[in-house]
Design a protein. Structure first.
Length: 174
């Protein structure tokens, strides 16, 4: 009821249909996972009727297309159209169903691989910058306590650090 009051009409990027297509058209959702060796993810969305199911699928199509047109999506996931095609559920009567079997999961991982590698590299850079900041702060605190002189060894600053991680060499494999 709240969604219908605050969003009587869906935004144009979602098709501009009535908000009730989401609130009244959706009855229940089920998500299941099957672990390897035959990995699978299955999503089932039950709606009131076949018309509501088709409307829900259209909302998903339009939302995905609208998100794919944003500068962030184009920059971070240039292969979004292929990913979206893998993630669109099929409609059978009043049910929307998305099954990601092992082949489709592997395809999804392959499409996401460049973005995941970029995210990992970004996280590694943030970690390294944080370590440098921690070292700088430890050196500054040590110098404050020792007549504005730097320590003869970085290990002397350990008491000023939460952990020894900033002093450890980065893993060459990462």
């Amino acid at each position: 009821r709240i969604l219908e009051e605050f969003l009587p009409v869906l935004p144009a990027m979602l098709g501009g249909s009535a908000g009730s297509s989401l609130t009244r058209g959706l009855r229940w959702v089920s998500l299941s996972f099957q672990l390897p060796p035959h990995a699978q993810i299955a999503l089932t969305i039950q709606s009131q009727d076949a018309e509501s199911a088709a409307a829900l699928r259209q909302v998903l199509v339009r939302a995905g297309a609208a998100w794919g047109d944003t500068p962030e999506a184009k920059r971070e996931l240039p292969q979004w159209n292929q990913i979206q095609a893998l993630l669109l559920p099929s409609v059978a009567g009043s049910t929307l169903r998305l099954e990601l079997g092992q082949d489709r999961l592997l395809e999804l991982v392959r499409l996401l691989q460049p973005s995941l590698e970029q995210a990992r590299a970004n996280a590694q850079r943030v970690l390294m910058l944080n370590n440098l900041k921690q070292l700088g702060l430890a050196l500054h605190m040590w110098a404050n306590d020792h007549g504005d002189r730097l320590p003869p060894h970085l290990a002397d600053t350990l008491s000023y650090l939460v952990s020894a991680a900033p002093l450890e060499a980065p893993d060459a494999a990462e």
